[in-house]
Design a protein around this ligand. Structure first.
Ligand code: GDP
Ligand code: ADP
Length: 203
């Protein structure tokens, strides 16, 4: 039996670069983790794929999943449901594989209650005008949605104090290095290391 994997929760306002940073980390593959694909009721954007970017579901399907206890956490964000399917996360952690969740703050706080051993990282923009520029530049949202996301962003940044680490996404490689450093250090925390030794000496 391997030691249980580590749960890494990455939050931060829409458009700050969570997806970009995660993909850059996976590509470098100097740190091994699996990404938990979320479920959502929002519309699919051009280029997105069901089961890869999200599991795209109807309201009814999502609510059934909640009722059946299938979600680790879920939240409503700008009129749509988003949530983490529980089964995948548990299966990977049980196998000793680290799992990364990319979720907004309300969901992250639910995870904190259920899995307090997780590492909670908040990715933040250098300032608000650059955040708006990034969302606008991505070209996936209309002006009304961008305004809503900016309002939400201010509220989310206020929640940063609930996280273990804050990383400014100024330049992508810098943010990647910092997050990798956090993950490496977390693996060296004494309670995790002791756990591993207990397994080795068969306690
Ligand atoms: N609570 C929760 N939030 C999620 C989940 N998946 C994505 N989100 C968050 O929902 C927000 C909106 O996501 P999305 O519409 O894809 O916009 P984007 O993050 O700007 O590309 C972001 O803050 C995501 O991190 C999830 O499974 N649970
Ligand atoms: N450090 C950065 N500097 C400039 N632009 C960035 C940076 N990180 C991400 N971006 C750009 O910002 C936009 C939003 O990034 P994305 O990864 O989709 O954000 P999120 O997943 O947090 O919503 C994308 O167009 C991306 O290329």
């Amino acid at each position: 039996m391997s030691t249980r994997g580590m749960l890494i929760v990455l939050s931060g306002p829409s458009g700050v670069g969570k997806g970009t940073v995660r993909k850059a980390m996976l590509k470098k593959s100097s740190i091994r983790f699996d990404y938990s694909v979320s479920m959502t009721t929002r519309n699919m954007r051009p280029g997105e794929e069901d089961g890869v970017d999200y599991y795209f579901r109807t309201n009814e399907e999502f609510e059934d999943e909640i009722a059946n206890g299938g979600m680790l956490e879920y939240a409503k964000y700008v009129d749509h449901y988003y949530g983490t399917p529980l089964k995948y996360v548990n299966e990977k952690l049980d196998k000793g594989i680290d799992v990364l969740l990319e979720i907004e703050v309300n969901g992250a706080m639910q995870v904190r209650d259920k899995m307090p051993d997780g590492v909670f990282i908040f990715l933040t923009p250098p300032d608000l005008p650059s955040l708006r520029r990034r969302i606008t530049h991505r070209g996936t949202d209309d002006v009304k949605t961008i305004d809503k996301r900016m309002e939400q962003a201010k509220k989310e940044i206020e929640m940063m104090s609930n996280y273990d680490y804050a990383v400014v996404n100024d330049k992508i490689p810098n943010a990647v290095k910092k997050i990798e450093g956090i993950i490496r250090s977390e693996h060296l925390r004494v309670p995790r290391v002791i756990d591993k030794y207990k397994k080795i000496i068969g306690e």
